[in-house]
Design a protein around this ligand. Sequence first.
Ligand code: FES
Length: 381
Amino acid sequence: MPFTFKKQIFGFMDLIRFTKMVPKRREKLAEGSAEKIPATYRVNETAKILHPGYQSAKLVKITQNTADTKTYEFETDKPFYFRAGQYMTLGTNVNGSEASRPYAVSSAPGAALGKRVAFTVKKCGFFSGYLFDNAKEGDIFTVGDPSGEFCYEPLKDAKHVVAVAGGSGITPFYSMAQAIADGTMDFKLTIFYGAKTEEDLIFKKELDALGSDKIRLVYVLSDEKKAGYESGFIGADLISKYVSGDFTVMMCGPQAMYAFLDKELKKFDLPPRRIKKEANTVGVRDVKEEHYKIKVKIGFESYTVDADSRETVLVALERAGLKVPAKCRAGGCGFCHAKLVSGSFSIPGADKRRLADSKFGYFHPCCSYPDSDMEIIANKA
Ligand code: FES
C-alpha cells in the first residue's frame, strides 16, 4: 500500500509532551553508567586484525608444480582472514615500475591466520613472467586485502558445487577443497579439472589426498587418452555423468572454456545466480602500436606519462612508477576508478562500470586502452 502522509495540527498536548522531554532525558542520562565509553571496541580491533590492508610479505618457498607453473608461499607481517576462492593483489617494484597482479589464493584460509599465504602462478604476462624468472626466496613483496565474490555462499548456493577448472584455474578450488577437508567450510564439491595432459595437472597428488565423500575429483585430458581419466572437454554430458540434483556451477579458467560452457550449461536450465565465473585479468591488446601521452593528476601532483595503445591505462601509470589503486585488474571491483577529463579509450568485452560512473565520466584504467592522448584524475594508492 502506498504511504500517505497525514498533515497533523501541532496541538496543545504536543507542547506539554515537548516540555517534559528535556527533564526526562536528563533523568535517563543520570541513570546511565558512569563508566567511560571505551576508546575502541573489541569487534573493531578484531576487524582490524583480520583485515590489515596492504602489508609486506616475505617469499619463503617456491615450488615448481608443472613445467610452466610454480607455487609461491609467503609469510605476511600480520595474520589475516580470507574466504576460499578470493584473490589478493601481489605487488613489487620491477625495474623501477610499480607492478602488481591479482592471484587467487591457493592455500587454505586457516593458514592465513598463521601468517602464511600461497599463490600458484602460470608463466604468462609481464608480472607472472617476472615472478617465474626472477623471484627468489627472501624477496619482499606487498599483498593487498583479499577481495572477490568467487566464493561459496551458503545462503545463495546449492549444497553441491560443481567446480569446472581449466589449467591454473584450479587454484581457488584447491583452496576450497582444503577448507572443506579441515572443516572451515561445509558443502559438497565435485571438481572437473581439465588440462592438456596428465603432466599439466597441478596439485594432482594433493587433490587426490583430499578426496572424500564431500570432495570428488574428475580429471579430463584434452590431448591424451589414459585409463582413469576422462578425455575431451568438460561439457553438459560429462557433468551429468557424475552429478545430479540441485547444484551451483563455479568456473575458473580461460575465456575459451567459458564460451564453450556458456552454451553447454544452457542444457541444465540453471538460474543465472547458480552460475559463477571468475573474471580473467586484462592482458595486451592486439592492435597497431601507437604512442600517446597521459596527463594524470593524483592528489595535488600532476604527471605526464607515456602510453602504448596495446597496454591499459593502468599499466602506463605503473610503468611510469606511479602508485594508483588496483585490485581485480578485470574491471569488476571498481577500485581503480578514475575520472576522464579528456581523450578517449576502449574497453574490451563488457563495460562493467556502474551506470553512474559512465554517466559522470569515470572509467576503470585497469581494463581501458588509450585511443588518444588523455587527461585523467586518479586516486592515490
Ligand atoms: S582494479 Fe578492479 S576495476 Fe580496476
